[in-house]
Design a protein. Sequence first.
Length: 227
Amino acid sequence: MRFVPVGLGATHSPYQPMWELQRAVHGEVADGTRDDTVLLVEHEPVYTAGRRTHLAERPQDGTPVVDIDRGGKVTWHGPGQLVAYPIVRLRAPIDVVAYVRTLEQAVMDVCEGLGLHPVRVDGLTGVWLPADDRAGERKICSIGVRVARGVTMHGLALNCDPDLGQFGRIVPCGIPDADMTSLSRELGRDVTVLETAPLLEAALRDRLADVVVSRDGAPDEVPAALP
């Protein structure tokens, strides 16, 4: 499995070229000509809407939204948020829910390693911090995926040190009373994307090993379409 940081720490990547890159890598992984690949990126500010997004859940101030083919609803990506796009072949029989739980657990491992104690919330996707004397349940990581030809696309967005006010223009993930949080807010210090990336890579490498098809010998070069 190859982890590819796309401009991480140097640039904020626009969404559309990354989506095109995902599709190119997905086709090669599905064809068996490329090893499983995880793209790590920090985006320019953008709102993306999954297939279940309702009109009332979109920004109402004219803010542009990119409609995409993942599950889930509307969310924000931007500076200070570490986004991982695992493009991996799942073992048969395909169990998308189990795959999502694997992504959640990898993020929970990262949070635990930093001293936080995240939880899952029944009926909701993503990783949350439990209610305490400071605030109610709050979401620290959003997850939305698609599986085609047995290979995954899209992935997770972990809030490191973003401007959380950007979530105020939307109904995050379609949950009207969801509060969003970040590693920096919870830990009371600046936790950057660059600090978090190797922790997330290690956790994903460990957890994904349980759900992906093991393949050796496929080329690991990144397509020339990298932005």
